[in-house]
Design a protein around this ligand. Structure first.
Ligand code: SAM
Ligand code: DTB
Ligand code: SF4
Length: 354
């Protein structure tokens, strides 16, 4: 990766976004919105470069929570087999494969409301092993105590994923077994422990545009913006509450264009944050994904599987990256810290794909 010190005007992250301002961004003509988002994107991030993170479900199914979208909730019959926590050596064997397949970040997901202390011990060993392989480590384990967050930090954890999923107003329609404030409290524990925060949401759950505005406002007015924001498109899994519910496609349906708008607004209101185009890519056309990258998405999940559902797979994604001229990006490299610190360094991605 080459760094040239072209000085550009850099948008300073703001934490005082109003609902009206964010709603007005959503209202912009699409091409204007995407153009503005791409301009903001290029101030801080390498162009044409997208991070590849790979997921592994280390503890699948049987979760006590009632998240309406989730195939792993024990409340819904989705045909998913429950599995115990995977042994550390098996997790590390999978991480090695992911690294060989080009992933730079390894993310472990567990179907827990909150982990027990002995679960955290095991995950700490996994984190140490992933770091030993030279990859970034991210985990998502549900709600954490302050002490659990500190132990994960001590093990070398880079990121903790904990999504707010939607607006505070719509949250009770989707999840009743915990509150929005529970979610925000874990995010605070993670921040206080010095672990980077990965926090985003899902579109297409029957929420209104006002809810999408409110979700992004919640994220963009946090004392510190999340370091990465996953934008998931709902994967409708048979048996879940949301797959059973008839979403009024005319009124509340989310098409690809609304997804692009959501990505673009996230990019503009959180200019230094990595925006990950997350679940749902398998159902998206190459053209829609290209528009999302144009709108500022610069990270994806790589590989055949998300946690329990299908992902694009390396072969489709290799073709997509080649077709769009995208290269793999490793944001943990020292140049990210450099550009984040000084705020006005123009970063160019390598000219040729790896
Ligand atoms: N149990 C932990 C928790 O809830 O934080 C970690 C795992 S949970 C599966 C991680 C995230 O995956 C959820 O917060 C949600 O945003 C996303 N997710 C789960 N099922 C999904 C689906 N069907 N479509 C899109 N995103 C989904
Ligand atoms: C996130 O925001 N999306 C990922 C990751 N964080 C953990 C999970 C997507 C899960 C999609 C449904 C499944 O595969 O079970
Ligand atoms: Fe459990 Fe997480 Fe799924 Fe909710 S999203 S049911 S907490 S695994």
């Amino acid at each position: 990766m080459t760094l040239s010190t072209t000085t550009t005007t850099t948008t300073t992250p703001r934490h005082d976004w109003t609902t009206a301002e964010i709603a007005a961004l959503f209202e912009l003509p699409l091409l204007e919105l995407v153009f503005q988002a791409q301009q903001v994107h290029r101030e801080r991030f390498p162009k044409n470069a997208v991070q590849r993170a790979q997921l592994l479900s280390i503890k699948t199914g049987g979760c006590s929570e009632d998240c309406g979208y989730c195939p792993q909730s024990a409340r819904y019959d989705t045909g998913l087999e429950r599995e115990k926590l995977m042994p550390v050596d098996e997790v590390l064997a999978e991480a090695m494969k992911a690294k060989a397949n080009g992933a730079s970040r390894y993310c472990l997901g567990a179907a827990w409301r909150s982990p027990k202390d002995r679960d955290v011990d095991a995950v700490c060993e996994m984190v140490k092993g992933i770091k030993g392989l030279g990859m970034e480590a991210c985990v998502t384990l549900g709600m954490l105590t302050a002490e659990q967050a500190q132990r994960l930090k001590a093990a070398g954890l880079d990121y903790y994923n904990h999504n707010i999923d939607t607006s505070p107003e719509y949250y009770p329609e989707i999840i009743t077994t915990r509150t929005y404030d529970d979610r925000l409290q874990t995010l605070q524990h993670v921040r206080d422990a010095g672990v980077n925060v990965c926090c985003g949401g899902i579109v297409g759950m029957g929420e209104t545009r006002a809810d999408r505005v409110s979700m992004l406002k919640t994220l963009a007015t946090l004392p510190e913006h999340p370091d990465s924001v996953p934008i998931n498109m709902l994967v409708k899994v048979k048996g879940t509450k949301l797959a059973l519910r008839q979403i009024d496609e005319e009124k509340d349906g989310v098409d690809g264009i609304e997804l692009v708008r959501t990505v673009a607004v996230a990019r503009i209101v959180m200019p230094a944050t990595v925006v990950r185009l997350s679940a749902g890519r398998e159902q998206m056309s190459d053209e829609l994904q290209a528009l999302c990258f144009m709108a500022g998405a610069n990270s994806v999940f790589w590989g055949e599987k998300l946690l329990t559902t299908k992902n694009n797979g390396a072969s489709r994604d290799e073709r997509l990256f080649a077709k769009l001229g995208l290269v793999a990006w490793e944001p943990s490299a020292p140049e990210r810290d450099a550009h984040a610190a000084c705020g006005h360094v123009q970063i160019d991605a390598p000219a040729a794909a790896e």
